[in-house]
Design a protein around this ligand. Sequence first.
Ligand SMILES: [Ca+2]
Ligand SMILES: [Ca+2]
Ligand SMILES: [Ca+2]
Length: 234
Amino acid sequence: MTTQRGFTLIEMAIVLVIITILIGGLAVPLSAQIQARRIAETQKTLEEAREAIIGYAMTHKTTAGNKPYLPCPDTNGDGIEELRTAGECPQQFGFLPWVTLGAGAQDAWGNRLHYATHTDVTNDNAGINSGVVPGPNWNQICNSNTCVVGDIALDVPVVLVSRGANGWGARNINGNTLAAPTSPNELENQDGDNVYVSGVPTNPDHPSGEFDDLISWIPYYLLFPRVCPTGCAP
Ligand SMILES: [Ca+2]
Ligand SMILES: [Ca+2]
Ligand SMILES: [Ca+2]
């Protein structure tokens, strides 16, 4: 005859410890998975926005010369590109004009996308013509905020920025502007000059601080053949 007995307190404690470890092990990958999905979703939104900008250029041509031009940034947050004065956009950076483009209105964290371009490619009098030559006053994509001329990409006509998971400095879909970044590389992406930092994410304890911005751009050597398949020359 066998004697049945219950679990001892020590056995119960061991089981509880094992369960706790298992749940902890599951919880971290789950949040990492959600973050990875949001990053992938945002990258897809950025890719679609790039295509929408090229699509705009294919359907917007100068009256004289039939030259394509790119949209102006939205600066008042309504998603509609700002009006030009004598052909020029009021600003070369702002929000992606998602309403004008029929593009994604936000990243996966509910924040607006930033759009930077250059007056050489947005002027609706001149358009992108044979006189348009990429130069250092176009946008520069850098590894860090200490770079001045792009070490990743030079003379870029279109840059799109998602402020990432931390959303620092972003305008959210409710129209509120979130707290400004503290790290120099994220500050570089919203100081209004033409230098942008793209790189692998870093944690708050990294010497250069937290960075999680997602940067996407259209190089001129991809843009020009798409919007002027037979060349933009007169
Ligand atoms: Ca607007
Ligand atoms: Ca960020
Ligand atoms: Ca900058």
